[in-house]
Design a protein around this ligand. Structure first.
Ligand SMILES: Cc1ncc(COP(=O)(O)O)c(C=O)c1O
Length: 430
């Protein structure tokens, strides 16, 4: 029995005699377990340990969900560390699956969150004034050109809401690229146009330009691209932008900007926003700034787009701890520099290792490597999992021979190296 589940069982047993009643009229062992301090359990634990079945709705209903929504595939995140540890009974699990910062957050962000926790009984500043001002200074951009989201995921969602109306609107994106663009088009019942990456796993901008029609409202370019790590270069991007109608918004999703900044020919969305072009830049605190769990991303672009997002967003979309953490993280240049340097060394090591094992590795400008094993990657993914290493398999995105591996610390890469060497041993393929 997993430790968390047994803690729940003990706490629930302690509470059993009290015969408390919950909102559904059944003994509320859940609430009692919480009060007894056992908070680390899942729906799985509840059903398994107590036969509780809150999660099943057995009342017949006839609620009509929009077909566009029923057609959507729920996001499938990388497997959580705890789940792998519990299911496989492993002591050590290393997650190299979600492109998080292996160094963790800036200590200054942790302090800021501790301070902000004192006032978490108050609603956050709905305008995120201080963070907006800090970003304005950082980007040399008027605060009216900036909007902050509950992660950049929320901004992708909101851009779809404010720019796509129905099937007569189109969203153009690369394939494979970040899956949330697709979800935002599906939610609006808009037409999704996916343009395959070129043979070097880079956005094929000439093909994307051809895919744009008078119905295109939005074009997404993840730069660097997730999952491949490739970038579009300034000259090709400017050619692409120059040929595009000005009523099409080009989103340069720069979630991995800090890792790519300074690379030869790498364009910054900010230059085009400063020049009042039809470009929306999007960045996040989830990657190089190490704040993925607290959810802050930001976008900047044409004032009418920023204004539209402000109208559509929830008033308190960025919580007070997140606002405080982001301001502190933005000010910690040293932590950022260490993050970028650690990543550079780790990416190089990962590339050398995988090439020495016969894989081809796409040149990455992010904090992850896309590797083509030249044979089905799923058994390797599974073998890595059994050894406690979580990566991303390419099967779901049409690249069954590929894996995406996030750059870890040296120690994590040691663990990965041992696991991948064993996983690629010939016996796996017999
Ligand atoms: C290209 C890209 N854009 C956006 C996001 C979303 O980041 P967040 O919502 O954590 O800011 C991610 C996360 O993996 C990403 O890879």
């Amino acid at each position: 029995m997993a430790a968390a589940a047994s803690a729940v069982a003990t706490a629930a047993a302690a509470a059993a005699g009290k015969n408390e009643s919950g909102p559904l009229g059944v003994p509320d062992r859940t609430a009692s377990a919480f009060r007894a301090g056992a908070v680390a359990f899942s729906a799985h634990d509840l059903r398994g340990e107590f036969g509780l079945d809150y999660c099943h709705n057995e009342v017949a209903m006839a609620i009509n969900v929009r077909p566009a929504v029923t057609r959507m595939t729920p996001y499938s995140p990388g497997k959580p560390v705890e789940e792998v540890r519990r299911e496989l009974g492993l002591e050590r699990v290393v997650k190299l699956a979600s492109n998080e910062n292996p160094l963790g957050p800036s200590p200054k962000a942790i302090e800021a969150v501790e301070r902000a926790a004192e006032t978490m009984h108050l609603y956050p500043d709905a305008s995120a004034h201080d963070l907006n001002a800090a970003l304005g200074y950082h980007l040399r951009l008027a605060p009216e050109r900036i909007v902050i989201g509950n992660g950049s995921d929320e901004l992708i969602h909101l851009l779809g809401l404010v720019l796509l109306e129905n099937e007569s609107d189109e969203l153009v994106m690369g394939d494979p690229s970040f899956v949330r663009y697709e979800a935002s088009a599906q939610l609006a019942n808009a037409r999704l146009v996916k343009v395959p990456l070129d043979e070097d796993f880079r956005h094929d901008l000439p093909a994307m330009a051809k895919a744009v029609t008078e119905r295109t409202r939005l074009v997404y370019i993840a730069n660097p691209n997730n999952p491949t790590g490739t970038i579009v270069r300034r000259d090709e991007f400017e050619r692409f932008l120059g040929d595009l109608p000005t009523d099409v918004l080009v989103v340069l999703d720069e979630a991995y900007y800090e890792y790519a900044a300074g690379a030869d020919g790498y364009p910054s969305s900010l230059d085009y926003v400063h020049a009042n072009r039809n470009v929306f830049g999007m960045r996040t605190f989830s990657k190089a700034y190490g704040l993925a769990g607290i959810r802050v991303g930001y976008g900047f672009g044409p004032p009418e787009v920023v204004d539209a997002i402000h109208r559509a967003r929830e008033p308190f979309n960025v919580n007070s701890l997140a606002q405080a953490a982001a301001i502190a993280a933005l000010g910690d240049r040293e932590h950022l520099a260490r993050t970028v340097a650690t990543n550079r060394a780790g990416l190089e090591r990962l590339g050398l290792l995988m090439r020495s094992l016969g894989a081809s590795v796409v040149e990455s400008y992010g904090n992850f490597a896309f590797v083509d094993l030249g044979r089905p990657a799923e058994p390797v993914f599974e073998a890595l999992l059994r050894k406690g290493v979580i990566v991303r398999a390419g099967r779901h995105i049409g690249h069954p021979d590929c894996l995406r591996v996030t750059v870890g610390t040296d120690e994590e890469l040691d663990f990965f190296e041992e696991a991948i060497r064993e996983a690629l041993a010939p016996s796996v393929f017999v």
